[in-house]
Design a protein. Sequence first.
Length: 228
Amino acid sequence: MDKTKLLIIDDEAAIRKLLRAGLEPQLYDLFEAENGTEGMRLVAAKNPDVVLLDLGLPDVDGVEVARRLREWTTVPIIVLSARGQEEDKIAALDAGADDYLTKPFGLGELTARIRVALRHRGAIESPEPIFEAFGVKVDLAGRHVFRNDAEIHLTPNEYKLLAILIRHSGMVLTHRQLLQEVWGPAYLDESHYLRVYMGQLRQKLEENPATPRLLTTEAGVGYRLRTE
């Protein structure tokens, strides 16, 4: 039987050593990263079953790591952090974490949370880290976008909008769904934001922006990202 793969993203060597000593005897296969950048790379390379994520990382805050991972993967994320304030927990969970344990924690409780996360992983499949259609290639793990092999610069909101459409490729997303995910609940009636940003994405990604093949409009409803 294949071992359950766990990825630990924590800059404290002592914590990584403690987790390895406690979890490896339970037949978990462990990988380690000491910063957020390396952790996100290993999620794409190793396809772990569960990620154990610290928030206080030296390069990218753990909340941002969770947010970036949720752009392209459904892997369960359990936060292990010394930050115990309610607002820290809410920020991490809103960013896409599935669970939150405050340091110090008991190994028994952690393994129970891991088992719950594995049960909840269920039938939702993560999209491939690389998306390709109509001459456009998106490396979701590395956050790189190419048009006919030339790298394209997108603004943060342009990229976020594109990543959400890719995550639901082939499906119609309503104006309100997209506004909620990209700009938040205060912007649900600002449909002109979408028109502007979709126009910008089409200019950068479509061969003929006037007759888009990748980013199509569903009149009166929303938008769809098509696959070939």
